[in-house]
Design a protein around this ligand. Structure first.
Ligand code: AMP
Ligand code: MG
Length: 490
């Protein structure tokens, strides 16, 4: 296990593609000294690095954008994308850059700095990321991983007192993001709309070779690529819905070709259950409201399919898109009924689910707490679970639902104990609520105290466990949480 950055080979496969795909860049160091906010040993292990690497003399320099080591050859990726329904011909990594790739256990991991200065794609932006949003991304990508949802990860977070101008003056941070690939739907769109079919094919070949090698043998590999991305995206959308995760900015430039959760901005977990929940304060129309996400996933896949039409028959692309709804429903129903502790997807289970969600919406019951408390209902128990029952406005109606639920539970094999155990591995006790991130942010920005970030990392990496010392985070959010607003400005 390397403990020195100088000993690591950073050669990146994507960098070998011609100059049409990326631009060489250099990170811009902070003007003020950089410090390490947090180091994530779990991701270090993923990369085959010893945790001692954080003490390497070059570590903070490299991951704050002040230094390059060994064969790092930073580049910013080109892409375009549909933003809120409108095509934007050129986006690209405006404040991110890939330093290189680390290979470990037959898997390549792109190492990307986010917030390390301007690139040729920065347009009017300053190339920076603020500490506030970087803490949010750092915590949430780990929370998603903890929930078993595919996502980019983060190795570490650095910070300096450099000022960054947003809605107010904030300070700058650099997040080190890690993923097998950061290719987006928009990476394909840019070559389609520029009428560059050779580059389009080259990118598709690259993605298949490096990330979907099993598709090389398919009759129609490009179609197989589209079909696989459709399936993965449908599954990802189902996982988001089951977890109550709202992304907030589902533009095609934020959609991963690997089906990862990518580009955390004004995300939010649903608290008071409401399909119309909008986490992004700037999304006035609710285009990316929580309940719209599965539809937006399909819309985005349609953009990807369109971009691939130089490589795929249109009829094939259409048929592939038609499979989306089936994949989505299967994963969603399986996932949601498992949250109810029901093993089989059938009419009766789906009806129970619909009724429960309707009652939760009517009562604005907390989504995650309701599901977590559900496992306390015993199949032969006549007593109501008061803590859960009190979350509902129409308690008589909820009692009737409980009766039907118990009847259904009695019809399936296995007892309460086994079902509870399974449900408590599916319904998290802890999610990353905005107010929790805010506490960590306030301590970090106000007092240079990063201890809450560390505590939340531990909590969110194992969100199904009890963590009695942090039980207050399983309680309903405090009143001041309602006032937190999150927008795209990060
Ligand atoms: P996002 O909404 O963060 O996914 O970003 C959309 C596009 O704007 C991407 O091309 C980003 O790289 C770019 N961008 C966002 N913030 C900045 C910034 N501060 N400086 C330069 N480019 C940015
Ligand atoms: Mg983005």
């Amino acid at each position: 296990m390397p403990t020195r950055l100088k000993d690591i080979d950073f050669n990146a496969a994507f960098a070998q593609l011609p100059g049409d795909f990326h631009s060489p860049v250099e990170p811009t160091p902070f003007a003020n000294p950089a410090e390490l906010v947090h180091f994530n040993p779990a991701v270090a292990a993923l990369l085959g690095l010893d945790s001692d690497i954080q003490h390497d003399e070059d570590f903070i320099g490299v991951f704050s954008g002040a230094r390059l080591v060994n064969n790092m050859q930073p580049f910013a990726m080109l892409y375009a994308g549909h933003q809120f329904g409108h095509y934007v011909p050129q986006l690209g990594d405006g404040r991110a850059m890939t330093l290189g790739e680390i290979n470990h256990a037959q898997q390549g991991w792109e190492i990307q700095l986010k917030g390390s200065g301007k690139t040729p794609y920065s347009r009017d932006g300053d190339g920076r990321a603020v500490l506030r949003s970087s803490i949010r991304e750092y915590l949430c990508s780990e929370a998603m991983h903890g929930l078993g949802i595919p996502t980019t990860r983060a190795l570490c977070l650095t910070h300096s007192q450099d000022e960054v101008y947003r809605e107010q003056i904030e300070t700058a941070a650099v997040l080190t993001r890690v993923a097998p690939s950061h290719v987006r739907f928009g990476s394909f769109e840019v070559f389609y709309y520029r009428n560059q079919p050779d580059q389009l094919r080259r990118l598709a070949d690259f993605v298949i070779t490096h990330h979907y090698a099993e598709l090389r043998q398919a009759d129609k590999p490009y179609l197989a690529l589209l079909e696989t991305v459709i399936e993965r995206t449908a599954k990802l959308m189902a996982q988001w819905q089951c977890a109550g995760f709202a992304h907030g900015v589902m533009n095609t430039d934020n959609m991963s070709i690997l089906g990862l959760t990518l580009d955390y901005g004004p995300f939010g977990f649903v608290e008071a259950y409401d399909p119309d929940f909008i986490c992004n304060h700037s999304d006035h129309q609710g285009r990316y409201a929580f309940g719209q996400q599965p539809q937006s996933g399909l819309w985005n896949l349609t953009c990807l399919a369109q971009a691939l039409t130089p490589l795929i028959e249109i009829e094939d692309a259409k048929s592939a898109l038609e499979t989306y709804q089936g994949h989505y429903s299967q994963h969603y129903h399986q996932g949601m009924l498992a949250k109810l502790g029901l093993h089989k997807v059938d009419e009766a289970g789906v009806t129970l689910l619909r009724q429960l969600l309707a009652q939760m919406q009517q009562s604005r019951a907390d989504y995650s707490r309701s599901f977590r408390l559900l496992s306390a209902i015993g199949q032969d128990d006549e007593r109501p679970v008061e803590e859960l029952r009190n979350m509902f406005i129409d308690r008589k109606k909820f009692d009737r639902w409980c009766e039907d639920y118990r009847t259904r539970l009695r019809q399936q094999p296995g007892g309460d104990a086994q079902r509870r155990e399974q449900m408590n591995r599916i319904n998290p006790r802890y999610i990353l609520r905005n107010y929790m991130a805010q506490i960590a942010i306030d301590k970090a920005t106000g007092e240079n105290d990063y201890s809450e970030i560390d505590r939340l990392m531990t909590l969110l990496q194992a969100p199904f466990d009890e963590h009695p010392e942090m039980a207050h985070y399983a309680e309903p959010p405090p009143d001041w949480a309602d006032a937190i607003q999150v927008s795209c400005s990060s």
